[in-house]
Design a protein around this ligand. Structure first.
Ligand SMILES: [Zn+2]
Length: 187
């Protein structure tokens, strides 16, 4: 950050009085620009196909970062939006799927990228979906078809692995986990 969003003058990094970490502080108006983590919200949409098999909807990213990789539909939470509203909106924007019954499933602290990722389990209410400006391909995958080596983000990988494990026992407890930079190396 170089300039103050309040008055346009330059900012400098310093520890404000009474604080304990550096902040961007305006040299002219003294406004303190606090920077805090972003929340990413998404869904794990599932559909039972006519043969009774459970399928998961994934989107192929048509945007950076991780262009061309597969992801669960997810994106940044907007102001004045609840987490489940954001997850639903992102799912529509990225896949045009109609979903319901959202249930919180995973919260991941991704401290090294200053993010918190929240995933909701969701039911697809019909078998309709399509590509969008954000997704070059949208497809249903059975567990054995999931493109593990082409997944966009560690949190997507972990949420999918956890879901498949939980599906074996038919029980989906909400859990929180930490994801660090070494996640892919440990795979
Ligand atoms: Zn200022």
């Amino acid at each position: 950050m170089k300039f103050c969003s309040q008055c346009g003058d330059s900012v400098s990094l310093k520890v404000p009085k009474g604080d304990n970490r550096p902040r961007y502080v305006c040299q002219a108006c003294a406004f303190i620009h606090y920077q805090n983590p972003n929340v990413v919200v998404g869904t794990l949409p599932v559909l039972i196909d006519p043969s009774g098999e459970l399928k998961i909807l994934l989107c192929r990213r048509n945007i950076e970062p991780r262009f061309g990789f597969w992801t669960l539909p997810a994106g940044f939470l907007e102001n004045a939006e609840t987490s489940s509203e954001g997850a639903l909106r992102e799912t529509v924007e990225e896949s045009c799927a109609t979903i319901g019954n959202l249930a919180l499933y995973r919260i991941f602290n991704v401290a090294h990228t200053n993010q918190i990722h929240m995933f909701f389990r969701a039911d697809m209410l019909n078998d309709q979906f399509s590509t969008t400006t954000e997704s070059s391909d949208v497809r249903l995958f059975s567990f054995s078809e999931i493109p593990w080596s082409e997944l966009a983000f560690p949190t997507v990988h972990k949420a999918l692995m956890d879901f498949i494990d939980d599906h074996k026992i038919g029980h989906f407890p909400v859990e929180m986990g930490d994801i660090d930079e070494s996640y892919w190396r440990k795979m």
